[in-house]
Design a protein around this ligand. Sequence first.
Ligand code: SF4
Length: 497
Amino acid sequence: MVLLYIKGVEEKEKQNFQHTVDLYGRQLKVTEEQNEDTEMTLSFSSSRDQTRGTLYAEEAELSYTYYPSAAFTQEAPDSKEIKRRKLHVTVQLLNKWFHTEQPWGLLTGMRPTKLWHQWHQGGAGPEDIKHWLLEDYIVTPEKAELLTSIALKQQEVLPDIYELSKGVSIYIGIPFCPTKCAYCTFPAYAMNGRNGSVVTFLEGLHYEMEETGRWLKENNVPVDTIYFGGGTPTSITAEEMDALYSHMYEVIPDIENIREITVEAGRPDTITPEKLDVLKKWNIDRISINPQSFTNETLKAIGRHHSVEETIDKYKLAKVHGMNNINMDLIIGLPNEGMEEMAHSLAETEKLLPESVTVHTLSFKKASEMTRQKNKYKVAEPAEVEQMMNLSSQWMADHSYEPYYLYRQKNILGNLENVGYSFKGKESLYNIIIMEELQTIIGLGCGAASKWVDPETGRISRFANPKDPISYIQSYGEYTVKKLDTLSGLFPASQKA
Ligand code: SF4
């Protein structure tokens, strides 16, 4: 552990600096005091249009002066701007010191595209934004290009992107899976296990859907997209799915005109011809069938309990049953996987060419089995993870897939990102809406997080349903009342027809 003393950084800001220096993976610990154990020291001096930083370490000294773009110069820079500048200088100096670069520079948040849209709504054009990303946020040219192309694609796919807050989307969480994958922290309980029965859970879900539908109708609030996630929503039986969608058609207003309904059928081992017929019967627009990897040993190591062959068979079966917008998820950096396995997964994907492919980079989520038993899982080094990412993005471009949404996570390998690619016109609208926080998402079912986006102020707050089925079953009535109250506050009676 190397102690890094950063002069003039307040206690409440320390976390940001620690988070940034953690990206270098060098075990640097930001300290508040300078003492004989301090091995590196960083100091700053700032004026209206420049911030200078000096790094002292191992009897050497490195300096850097940052001249912000005009949009970031202020007569008297406020504390937020000063912090950004200090972080800028810190990243530049550490890049130099360790002879490396951070692909996302200062952008450590989950939604870099959201920042792009905010700047754009503030009047900045794509060229200004690209300049700021490169110069003021030290994002690499590749990532700046990726971000720009995604934001422009989102504007094309959702022409009313900045007016969506007048409507809502609905997320429906079905918390069951055949087995739990090692990297997963979603609510994914065994069917009919000790965690409450599917039948009683579904009773709660039908109730929530009905009450929410009634409120939407009475308040004349339009629904743009519906997304069934989980868990695996196709874990329940074909009859249960049929009853659920039938009820959805009955109670959700104007459902024929909803822009998109997605059902994750992520685990191939849950898919049957009967369930595919139900999905088709109710005009489900988009499903996911997720290989994650096309190497059987990897699937075994991560506890997927299905084979590569089953993924391929179920994909073909879904096509035969008329599903014409299928997404496949791949994960970069799964245990024991490197360039060879990634190339193999892409070669297998090439034989299927699903309408969209979402490329995730493995992240070690706090509560996952993989994080708890980290030593058991050997994952690729950051340089190889980056090579895999480059291979996949080149492969996507070569096969006419275009990136349309992006998000980042904490503890993501190589400090990289997750990117959704699709053929033109096959983008998931829900994925864009949730990532860019464009409108309220009403969460129904287990673990479903409602996200309230105030149509007037844009202010965002959250409310989560209980994660486990037993707590959900005990309290869905009470939770429904709270959510409808919040909705009534967000969408006042003036909207009523
Ligand atoms: S199938 Fe999906 S939700 Fe279920 S355990 Fe695996 S990753 Fe989690």
